[in-house]
Write a protein that binds this ligand. Structure first.
Ligand code: ADP
Ligand code: MG
Ligand code: ZN
Length: 652
C-alpha cells in the first residue's frame, strides 16, 4: 500500500518537475492540440448542418464535379465559402471539392434543375474555439510561462503568495561557540542571550528587559551568520533565517506577508531566533535610495518594525538577530530602542584569532605533522574567517591534485598566495616590454624597502602575473607585531611606494601607468599624517579629519577651511616631490644592485627576501659602500614567536 502511494507521489513529483522545467514545451503541445481540434471541426465538420449526410465523403476534382452535374449524377449541391459538397443521386456518397471561381456553376445547376444552397462553413464549435478558447489558451499559456519564470527568480512564486515556506529556512543548528573563533568581544556580547533563551522565566520574574534585536555588524565572511547560529545552537532553539536580498524583485505585499509569517512561525516555536541576513537590503534608509522610494521594500521594512514592536518579549522569547556590512545606510528607525538597539561588531580576526580559526578548519583535514600554523596566520593579515576556511580547503585540493598522502606547509602557503593575490597565472603572456617595466618597477620597491630604515622587510618579489590587474608584486612583512607606526616608518612606507615609479624613470627612462595604485596609497599616507596624526608643520596638532565609523573603513568627516585645504594640497605635493627625489638618488646609487635583481628576476621570476638582501650586500661590498641594510636577522627569522600582524603588498 505504502509503496504504491509512494510510487504515485513520485510520479506526481516528476510531472510537476517536468511542467516546471519545460513550460514552453508544455505550452507548445497544448497549442498544437487545440489547433488540431480546431482544424478538425472547422474543415471536416465544415459542411455539417444540412450537409451532414450519413454517407462517406469522397474528394474529387472540380472538373469531375462539373462532369457529374452534367451527367445528372448529383441530387443536391451545397456551396460553401471554400468548399463545395454534392450528394450523389444514389445517396451512397458525398462528393467534396475545393471551390473554383466559376460563375457558370449556378447556371449549370439550374439548367439541370439540381437544388443548391449556400452553407456556412464555420460551425458553433469552431466559432467558440476560434474566438474564445484559443485566445484564452494563448493568454493562459503565456501567463503560466511568465509566472513559472518569476517563481524561479523569486524563489517562492505567485502560487505561494504569502507563504514563507521556501524563503525561510528553519533549522536547529548544532553550531557551538567553540566553532566561532577570533571574535571574542562579539561572543561576550551574545552569551547572555543564550541564557535568556534557555531560562526565560528567570528574567521574566525579575522584570528584566532583554534586547529583542541584535545587529551583527562586520565585513563579509567574518562569521556573523555563524555566530547567530551558534547562539541558537548553544541554546538549542530553532533558528529561522531569511535573507534581505530575497525580498528584492518580489511583488508588492509579498515581502510584508512573508515577514508576518516568519514571525508567526517563530512565535509558535518560541523560544527561537529569527535571523535576517543582509538586512541593509530592506532596511536601507529612505533617503539613501536616489531613485525614490521602493514600495515593496518600505512595506517589508514597516512590517518588520511592526513585528518587532508588537511582540512583547516577555510572552514569547523570540530574539531577532540581523547582519549587515553596511550599518551606516540603515534606516534610523531600525536602530531605535526596542528594535535593533544593540549592535555587535564582528570584526576581522587578529593574529591569535586567525590561528584559532585556522585550527578549527584544519581539524577535518589530514595535515602533515610539521605544520606551522603561526606562519600561515602571519601571512593572512586582514583576511576573514571565510577566507581562512577557503585557504585550508584550497591547500587540501592542491595536495590532492599532487596525489599527496597529507597536506603540507607548502600547500598551505601556496593556497595563501593564491587567495591573497588571485590565481597564479603562469600561462598569461606578458609582452617583453611590459615584463621589463614590471621587473624594474618591482626591483625598485624591493631595494628601497631594504635600504630604508623603518621600512618593512621584503619577503618575496615576483613578476609572475596574478589575478587580472597585477603584473607583479612585492610582499613586505614587518618584523614585530605592531599597533603604532612612528613617523619615520610612515615616511619609509611612502618611499617604498614611490620606488616603483622612480625605478621606471631611472632605468626605463619613461614612466608607465603601473604606479597609479602606489601613488594613491602614498598620497593617502601623507594626507593621514597631516590630517589625522598631527605629524606635519602645516596643520600642527590640529586634526582635520575624523573617522566616524572606525570599523569597515568608515567615512571621514573633513573639518577645515578652504585656506587650510589649499595649504594641505601644497604640502602634500611638496612632500611627495621631496621623497621622490630622495628615492631617485638612492636608486641611482644602487643601480648595480637593481640590475642584479632584474637579472635574477628574469631568470627565476620570483626571488625571496634573503636573495634580495644578498644582492644588495654584495653590491655594497664591491662598491665600498657602508651597508644600509638593517642588521641581518634572516637566520633567526625561522623561529616564530614574534607575531607579525601586518602584511603589505605593492602590486606592479
Ligand atoms: P558572514 O555571515 O559574516 O558573511 P559567515 O558566518 O557566513 O560570514 O562565514 C562563512 C564561513 O566562514 C563560516 O561558515 C565558517 O565556516 C567560516 N568562518 C567565518 N568566520 C569564522 C570564525 N570567526 N570562526 C570560524 N569560522 C569562521
Ligand atoms: Mg552571512
Ligand atoms: Zn608598484
Amino acid at each position: 500500500m505504502n509503496k504504491n502511494q509512494n510510487k504515485q507521489n513520485n510520479g506526481n513529483n516528476n510531472n510537476n518537475n517536468f511542467f516546471n522545467k519545460n513550460p514552453i514545451v508544455v505550452f507548445a503541445i497544448f497549442a498544437v492540440l487545440v489547433i488540431a481540434i480546431f482544424r478538425t471541426f472547422s474543415v471536416e465538420g465544415g459542411l455539417s448542418g444540412e450537409a451532414n449526410l450519413s454517407s462517406a465523403t469522397k474528394n474529387i476534382a472540380y472538373s469531375e464535379l462539373k462532369d457529374l452535374i452534367v451527367a445528372n449524377k448529383v441530387s443536391k449541391v451545397f456551396i460553401g465559402q471554400a468548399n463545395i459538397k454534392a450528394k450523389a443521386s444514389d445517396g451512397a456518397v458525398v462528393y467534396k471539392t475545393r471551390k473554383v471561381d466559376d460563375p457558370r456553376l449556378v447556371e449549370n445547376l439550374e439548367s439541370k434543375k439540381i437544388p443548391y444552397s449556400a452553407i456556412d462553413e464555420t460551425n458553433l464549435m469552431a466559432d467558440i474555439l476560434f474566438s474564445w478558447v484559443l485566445p484564452l489558451v494563448l493568454f493562459f499559456g503565456i501567463w503560466i510561462f511568465l509566472v513559472s519564470r518569476m517563481q524561479k527568480n523569486a524563489g517562492g512564486g505567485i502560487l505561494g503568495v504569502g507563504s514563507s515556506k521556501k524563503l525561510v529556512n528553519s533549522e536547529k543548528p548544532d553550531v557551538k561557540f567553540d566553532d566561532v573563533a577570533g571574535v571574542e568581544e562579539a561572543k561576550d556580547e551574545v552569551v547572555e542571550i543564550v541564557d535568556y533563551l534557555k531560562n526565560p522565566e528567570k528574567y521574566m520574574i525579575l522584570g528584566a528587559k532583554i534586547p529583542k534585536g541584535i545587529l551583527l555588524v562586520g565585513p563579509p565572511g567574518t562569521g556573523k551568520t555563524l555566530l547567530a547560529k551558534a547562539v541558537a545552537g548553544e541554546a538549542s532553539v530553532p533558528f529561522f533565517s531569511i535573507s534581505g536580498s530575497s525580498f528584492i524583485e518580489m511583488f508588492v505585499g509579498v515581502g510584508a506577508s512573508r515577514v508576518r509569517d516568519l514571525f508567526e512561525t517563530a512565535k509558535k516555536e518560541a523560544p527561537s531566533i529569527v535571523f535576517i541576513d543582509e538586512i541593509d537590503a530592506i532596511g536601507k534608509s529612505r533617503s539613501s535610495s536616489p531613485m525614490g522610494g521602493n514600495d515593496e521594500r518600505e512595506q517589508t521594512l514597516n512590517q518588520l518594525l511592526a513585528e518587532m514592536d508588537g511582540f512583547s518579549s516577555d510572552k514569547s522569547p523570540v530574539i531577532v538577530m540581523a547582519a549587515t556590512n553596511r550599518p551606516e545606510i540603515l534606516d534610523k528607525a531600525l536602530l531605535r530602542p526596542g528594535r535593533f538597539d544593540r549592535q555587535v561588531l564582528v570584526d576581522r580576526p587578529d593574529f591569535k584569532g586567525r590561528m584559532e580559526i585556522l585550527k578549527i578548519h584544519m581539524k577535518g583535514v589530514k595535515f602533515a605533522d610539521n605544520i606551522n600554523v603561526e606562519e600561515i596566520a602571519n601571512l593572512t593579515t586582514g583576511l576573514a574567517g571565510a577566507d581562512l576556511e577557503n585557504i585550508v580547503n584550497e591547500a587540501a585540493l592542491l595536495a590532492g591534485r599532487a596525489s599527496k598522502k597529507e597536506v603540507g606547509q607548502k600547500d598551505l602557503i601556496e593556497a595563501v598566495e593564491r587567495s591573497i593575490a588571485g590565481l597564479e597565472k603562469k600561462s598569461r603572456r606578458v609582452n617583453p616590454k611590459e615584463k621589463k617595466i614590471v621587473t624594474y618597477h618591482e626591483s625598485g620597491h624591493a631595494l628601497i624597502a631594504e635600504v630604508t630604515k623603518g621600512a618593512h622587510k621584503v619577503t618575496k618579489v615576483s613578476v609572475i602575473p596574478r589575478g587580472l590587474a597585477a603584473l607583479g608584486y612585492t610582499l613586505n612583512t614587518p618584523e614585530e607585531n605592531k599597533f603604532l607606526a612612528q613617523k619615520h616608518e610612515l615616511i619609509a612606507e611612502v618611499d617604498v611606494l614611490l620606488a616603483g615609479r622612480a625605478a621606471e624613470e631611472v632605468f626605463i627612462k619613461e614612466i608607465s601607468t603601473g604606479a597609479s595604485n602606489d601613488l594613491e596609497r602614498a598620497t593617502d599616507i601623507i594626507k593621514a599624517m597631516i590630517s589625522m596624526y598631527g605629524m606635519s608643520d602645516v596643520a600642527g596638532l590640529m586634526v582635520l579629519e575624523k573617522q566616524t565609523n572606525h570599523f569597515l573603513g568608515g567615512q571621514t568627516v573633513k573639518d577645515y577651511s578652504d585656506n587650510m585645504s589649499q595649504k594641505v594640497d601644497t604640502y602634500v605635493k611638496e612632500f611627495l616631490d621631496t621623497r621622490y627625489k630622495d628615492v631617485l638618488e638612492t636608486l641611482k646609487l644602487y643601480s648595480g644592485a637593481i640590475e642584479s635583481m632584474v637579472k635574477a628576476l628574469y631568470e627565476k621570476e620570483t626571488i625571496d627576501g634573503k636573495q634580495v638582501r644578498e644582492i644588495i650586500r654584495n653590491f655594497e661590498k664591491e662598491n665600498g659602500l657602508e651597508s644600509r641594510l638593517t642588521p641581518d636577522k634572516d637566520e633567526k627569522d625561522e623561529d616564530i614567536e614574534k607575531a607579525k600582524s601586518h602584511i603589505s603588498e605593492t602590486q606592479e
